[in-house]
Design a protein around this ligand. Structure first.
Ligand SMILES: Nc1ncnc2c1ncn2[C@@H]1O[C@H](COP(=O)(O)OP(=O)(O)OP(=O)(O)O)[C@@H](O)[C@H]1O
Ligand SMILES: [Mg+2]
Length: 404
């Protein structure tokens, strides 16, 4: 099988490591042909804290996906997260006066200028994403190549990462016997499969709330304007349940997944739940209100923190299309409704689904947004066909894959 026939995405999360293998079908649809999922033992708050454990988890997940797909994985797109990811917006300007036409070399020169910012020694630039070009006083230009003017400006979003975190991730993937095609910030991958073009045009905030990180990205006019990662996530809910109901962390996790809700269930059978009682080994029955009372203040607190952070970045007033929540915590019933209240904006859960076939049933949940998004990005960038040109985010990421 040729290298271009299939694509591989590996999402190294704090709760789980996922390897997906996809292949493009005859109608350009993405077929998922292999899935491997392992509990993650060496990642905390999105950052690798145990190289051997993580390399082992990746290897197992890859093996499982390979067995299902009947092929060997050589290279993959890999997600990166963690509060060490930082971003800023920068500008570049070049003089194009007297030129017959602006060329792609001019645009490259402009990008180099925009990315020449001072960053600390222990950090590196992961990506430079063009936001918009301005030619003389004409703003909002998507691609200036071929145009004529005197002064060309660019606005860019620059994402930086701690070099040690990038290095450790690379080491783990390589140790697992896989080469890296590109490292992609989790929220860029998640956005690829959960947000539609209208939302990204009108202004939308994506919240990927996982186990140990919450990744936030704000898009408007089709571009990424602010992004950040916070070291908070679903483990807060688990701890609250463990403390509030006096259970082990493992039982609290089970209770959260099985019964976790922020709203009163319509069905009366669900208004009382059975939980294990620590020590006695017996089950006890409690009203669901108790669980709601434990989870609700935390949900409001987390959403309030996200709102404040987005507000600090100045993006709140441009969120015309509201909020999209993804990641495992988006399964918590009523979190979208809570987000509507906290933000005062329409909110929905974002699941991967549109445009994929094959083992769809296993991945159409919010916790698979990043892994599926990686596959979409891989298929677009490396899959030939039509997908590599156009107005999409990826086509703007000219420098995205430069490092590799
Ligand atoms: N049905 C559910 N109800 C409530 N919470 C859930 C449910 N299913 C999963 N979760 C929670 O989602 C979190 C895991 O999300 P996810 O799989 O997106 O994390 P991750 O990608 O491994 O970690 P991170 O992105 O934080 O590094 C856990 O806290 C888990 O308990
Ligand atoms: Mg995640």
């Amino acid at each position: 099988m040729g290298k271009r026939d299939h694509f591989v995405g590996i999402d190294v999360g704090s709760k789980k490591v996922v390897c997906l293998i996809g292949r493009k079908g005859e109608l350009e649809e993405l077929n998922i042909i292999g899935i491997g999922v392992r509990e993650s033992r060496g990642v905390k708050n999105g950052v690798i804290i145990d190289l051997d454990a993580t390399a082992g988890d990746i290897e197992e997940a890859v093996k499982e996906a390979e067995t299902m797909a009947y092929l060997d994985v050589e290279e993959a797109l890999v997600s990166i997260s963690g509060a060490h990811l930082q971003s800023l917006n920068s500008l570049g300007t070049i003089n194009v006066m007297g030129k017959e036409k602006i060329t792609s070399e001019d645009v490259d020169r402009l990008l180099v200028q925009a990315r020449s910012i001072a960053i600390p020694n222990d950090r590196e630039i992961l990506y430079v994403l063009p936001q918009e070009y301005t030619l003389d006083s004409q703003s909002g230009i998507v691609n200036p190549v071929g145009m004529t003017g005197t002064k060309l400006d660019i606005k860019v979003h620059i994402i930086t990462a701690l070099s040690a975190a990038v290095h450790n991730l690379t080491t783990c993937i390589n140790k697992a016997g896989v080469g890296i095609k590109a490292i992609i910030p989790s929220y860029i991958a998640a956005a690829e499969t959960t947000l539609n073009a209208d939302e990204k045009e009108l202004g939308v905030a994506l919240l990927d709330v996982g186990e140990g990180t919450s990744d936030i990205a704000f898009f408007e006019k089709g571009s990424l304007w602010s992004s950040f990662v916070m070291a908070i996530g679903g483990n807060y809910f688990t701890r609250d349940i463990a403390i509030g109901l006096r259970t082990s962390i493992a039982d609290a996790e089970k209770i959260k997944r099985r019964y976790g809700t922020l709203i009163m269930p319509g069905n009366r059978d669900e208004t009382a739940i059975k939980i294990p009682s620590v020590g006695s080994g017996k089950e006890k029955t409690i009203p669901i209100d108790i669980l709601i009372d434990i989870l609700s203040p935390r949900a409001e607190e987390l959403l309030g923190i996200f709102k404040q952070q987005i507000g600090n970045s100045g993006s709140l007033k441009y969120m015309n299309a509201g909020v999209v929540i993804t990641g495992g915590c988006a399964n918590l019933k009523g979190l979208d409704e809570k987000a509507e209240n906290v933000f005062g904006l329409p909110s929905r859960v974002g699941c991967p689904g549109a445009g994929i076939e094959g083992l769809l049933d296993r991945v159409r949940y919010p916790e698979f947004s990043v892994a599926v998004g990686l596959l979409f990005l891989a298929a677009r960038q490396f899959g030939g066909g039509q997908g590599t040109e156009g107005k999409g985010l990826l086509s703007k990421m000219r420098s995205l894959f430069e490092r590799f």
